[in-house]
Ligand binder design. Structure first.
Ligand code: MLY
Length: 264
């Protein structure tokens, strides 16, 4: 569900350009998602990437899976693309001479892990090998992003969200992802070949849900030096100036509900 957000209109309004698809480590035709809720698979523990664990698909969103490690709690769900190299069919770990590990924060005593593993796999619906994708798309040869280009990006603090974003800066192989209409609190640097960033239109193609930008007000904050002491400023101007000057804790920019303090 895309709400009423339209990239076409938005790009026109902002006069911005979409980062071309060849910039991204994503397939041009998004990978088909044939997984079903309840299926089990092997996944790298995101909090302990050297260990392979059993995970259950607890949700599906576009080309992504919402995963929960068996034996973990429901507070540490994570999302993976169906063509991620971090998920494999059950049996893969053992086939490669590895051993399945309990997740970080395993609910039970470590000594009960072998029995837990046996029980969790007994009668489980294992995701069939054929619905996994052979390999991740290859990384583009170089960082071709440019500052100001628009894209869709995972909000790493709220990874179920994919949001309209802008390249804020470049730093070698890294790209600064900034979220449109939100303060800097959600920004992050990632490698240009990160699997968390997608070309404009990705969510529309996959059926994942793209969040609308935070608010319109913050898109085009004019550059200014700051209010003269004692000057009468409108709410919008004051907010815009404060925004630019002090940044803030990552709330959407909206009119305060109550009255402004008298000193304003
Ligand atoms: N509950 C959070 C959600 C913030 C999401 C920001 N993303 C979309 C960039 C909050 O309101 O702070």
């Amino acid at each position: 569900y895309q709400g009423h957000f339209s990239w076409e209109k938005y790009l026109k309004e902002t006069g911005a350009v979409a980062a071309p698809p060849h910039c991204f480590r994503q397939s041009t035709t998004p990978p088909v998602n044939e997984f079903k809720a309840g299926m089990k698979l092997e996944a790298q523990d995101p909090r302990n990437t050297t260990s392979t664990c059993i995970a259950t698909v607890v949700g599906l969103t576009g080309s992504r899976l919402r995963l929960r490690l068996d034996g973990s709690d429901n507070k540490n769900d994570f999302w993976r693309l169906v063509d991620s190299s971090e998920i494999q069919p059950i049996g893969n770990c053992e086939k490669n001479g590895g051993m399945l590990q309990p997740p970080l924060g395993f609910r039970l005593n470590a000594s009960s892990w072998p029995m837990f593993l046996l029980k969790t796999l007994n009668g489980a619906e294992m995701a069939p090998a054929r619905i996994f994708h052979k390999q991740e798309p290859p990384a583009p040869e170089q960082n071709s992003f440019q500052v100001g280009m628009k894209l869709e990006a995972v909000d790493r603090k709220n990874p179920h969200f994919i949001c309209p974003a802008t390249v804020g800066a470049l730093r070698g192989v890294e790209v600064l992802i900034t979220f449109d209409g939100w303060r800097g609190a959600f920004d992050y640097y990632c490698r240009y070949d990160s699997r968390d960033i997608f070309p404009v239109g990705w969510c529309a193609l996959t059926g994942d849900n793209l969040q609308p930008p935070g608010t319109k007000e913050s898109i085009n904050i004019p550059k200014k030096r700051g209010p003269k002491p004692g000057s009468k400023l409108s709410w919008a101007k004051r907010t815009a100036w404060l925004e630019e000057t002090i940044g803030g804790p990552g709330r959407p920019i909206s009119k305060p509900r109550g009255k402004l303090p008298a000193s304003w």
